[in-house]
Design a binder for this molecule. Structure first.
Ligand SMILES: Nc1ncnc2c1ncn2[C@@H]1O[C@H](COP(=O)(O)OP(=O)(O)OP(=O)(O)O)[C@@H](O)[C@H]1O
Length: 294
């Protein structure tokens, strides 16, 4: 079983405290999303995990091995896409993968099988014979993922794998991550700005802001306890199922009492004379994230 231990990691760039005492222990295969606004510290954390940067404090253990002290052994079973690699533009996708497979010490016959398998998983089989200099951003991103997976890593670390892709490309990349995660053989850690993406792909979500973990929960534990309604109303009657109600313009946010349901709240609002236009559910992850972004 792969394991990743982030133990009290801090990172200072001069007077900037990019990370402060980050601790996280993962010892079962799962997908973890790191969500956070610009400058939160996501990339810095992923760079420390992959030994591109040294922590100012704390340590990272991969399968119990200290990344900083023994990087070769610790990172043997890790595949990462953290700094955008520049491929040699005159090599084809296949040659690029073969090159990396050879560096990783793989035999030619094994590398051939590995390339075919990974090209299929990441959907690049049809571009394998083209020079990477001619690849679109989406093709490059898939090739990068395929390259990071050479050697069947137990831990995969990806910095914003869907960044810069069009909606279809984003969906396809998410589907690849979902299917990799379904095998439940690896720890997949990736950063994103998108709540919806984290919710769709991950088992656990961590929200980082100003270098600190502000939220760390399993997706399955998140229960929506707020709903937001937009509509017309003159004044609000008492809502039995509401713990707290706030209004802003034509927007009503209701925090529900434990026994209440979305439907019971909506019924009460309508009976109280609210003409409802739209309804949104909010969960705690969304609340924390939106409060940080705002
Ligand atoms: N090499 C560096 N030198 C100085 N400051 C840095 C360096 N790298 C990052 N920082 C600072 O550390 C903080 C965290 O940056 P980081 O790139 O980790 O954030 P992020 O969450 O990945 O942001 P984004 O979503 O914008 O990519 C920021 O204040 C950033 O300016």
């Amino acid at each position: 079983m792969p394991s990743l231990d982030i133990m009290g990691v801090g990172k200072n760039f001069g007077s900037i405290h990019a990370l402060k005492d980050i601790t996280l222990n993962v010892d079962t295969p799962q997908c973890i999303g790191i969500l956070g606004p610009n400058g939160a510290g996501k990339t810095t954390l992923l760079k420390i995990i992959t030994n591109i940067l040294k922590p100012s404090e704390g340590k990272i253990l991969v399968n119990g091995i200290n990344v900083n002290q023994n990087p070769t052994r610790a990172l043997e079973k890790m595949g990462a896409l953290v700094e955008q690699p520049e491929f040699y533009p005159y090599l084809t996708g296949r040659e690029t993968m073969k090159f990396v497979a050879r560096i990783k010490g793989m035999s030619l016959s094994r590398s051939y099988e590995e390339i075919e398998k990974l090209a299929k998983i990441t959907g690049i089989t049809e571009y394998l014979e083209r020079r990477t200099g001619e690849y679109s951003r989406g093709m490059k991103q898939r090739l990068e993922l395929a390259v990071s997976m050479i050697g069947d890593p137990e831990i995969i670390v990806l910095d914003e794998p869907t960044f810069g892709l069009d909606p279809r490309g984003m969906k396809e990349m998410r589907d690849i991550l979902i299917s990799l995660n379904e095998e439940k053989r690896r720890i997949i850690l990736f950063s994103t700005h998108l709540i919806s993406e984290a919710r769709e792909v991950c088992d656990r979500v961590i929200i980082v802001d100003k270098g600190e973990i502000k939220f760390n929960e399993e997706i399955s534990d998140l229960r929506g306890n707020k709903i937001r309604v937009k509509g017309n109303f003159k004044h609000l009657a008492k809502i039995d199922g509401a713990k707290e109600i706030t209004t802003r313009g034509n927007e009503i946010t209701v925090e529900m009492n434990p026994g209440a349901t979305r439907n019971s709240i909506l019924k009460e609002l309508m009976e109280g004379g609210v003409e409802i236009d739209t309804v949104e559910g909010m969960d705690r992850m969304e609340e924390v994230y939106l409060s940080l972004v705002q």
